[in-house]
Design a protein around this ligand. Structure first.
Ligand SMILES: [Zn+2]
Length: 241
């Protein structure tokens, strides 16, 4: 399996571009479209969902495991874990886990908001039943690679989310150079955010263009026989290295 070309698509499910906005257009308009696209293309992904979004949108979140995707945890609110003390962090994981396990009993994957998770909190993930963490960014110093720390397998995100909104002619050749890339997107990127006050790199090519770009990307990778792995499937490749 490790010799096959593969990609992991992850979706961080949260309010629109936190902390810049508090609207939830991504939940109402973006996420249903993205789920429909994945269903139509017959591919699977991992959705890291905050406890709050699961509480507010239970019908939408139940589609994730029902349609064969992996449901993972993205904290309780979108508060950064490096701004919480250890007990607050433990409580946030417990609260999120309690809600998300109503949708998926085998909740084992985690990604912290803003990819910020103090290393000495990893034990909390173990305590709360998580086995896989994707809270590190391969594109930021010290450019971490996949690794096993204690009982947790850590798989970095390969590239920042706005890259997926670049024209596929530019992004695809780049993507093919990476081994087992993990890309991530957000529901709000599939809603036209051009009239909001968020940063330019957050709002360019949002809406229909982003949806079309990811469709082209998926089809190109399918035509080249890529496997679409969930985060836990991707992480398990590390055990066999
Ligand atoms: Zn997030």
């Amino acid at each position: 399996m490790s010799l096959m070309k593969n990609i992991t698509i992850t979706v961080d499910v949260e309010e629109d571009c936190p902390p810049m906005l508090t609207s939830t257009r991504g939940m109402e308009e973006g996420l249903p479209e993205l789920l429909d696209l994945f269903k139509k293309e017959g591919i699977r992904a991992t959705f890291f969902v905050t406890g709050m979004m699961a509480k507010q949108y239970p019908d939408l979140i139940s589609r994730i495991p029902e349609e064969g995707h992996e449901l993972g945890c993205h904290g309780y609110t979108h508060t950064r874990f490096d701004r919480m003390d250890k007990e607050e962090a433990r409580l946030a994981l417990k609260q999120a886990g309690k809600i998300l396990r109503q949708f998926e009993r085998k909740l084992v994957s985690f990604r912290a908001p803003n990819l910020q998770f103090p290393r000495d909190y990893l034990g909390l993930l173990e305590d709360e039943g998580f086995r896989y963490d994707s809270s590190i960014a391969a594109y930021k110093p010290p450019f971490p690679r996949s690794r096993i720390e204690g009982k947790i397998i850590r798989i970095p995100a390969t590239i920042t989310s706005s890259f997926v909104r670049l024209p596929p002619g530019f992004f695809l050749p780049l993507l093919k150079r990476w081994e087992s890339p993990v890309i991530f997107v957000h529901p709000w990127e599939f809603v036209d955010m051009s009239n909001t006050s968020i940063r330019l790199d957050c709002k360019f090519n949002t809406g229909g263009k982003a949806l079309n770009n990811i469709k082209i990307l998926i089809r190109a990778l399918k035509s080249q026989h890529y496997s679409f792995l969930t985060l836990q499937e991707r992480a398990n490749l590390e055990r066999h290295k």
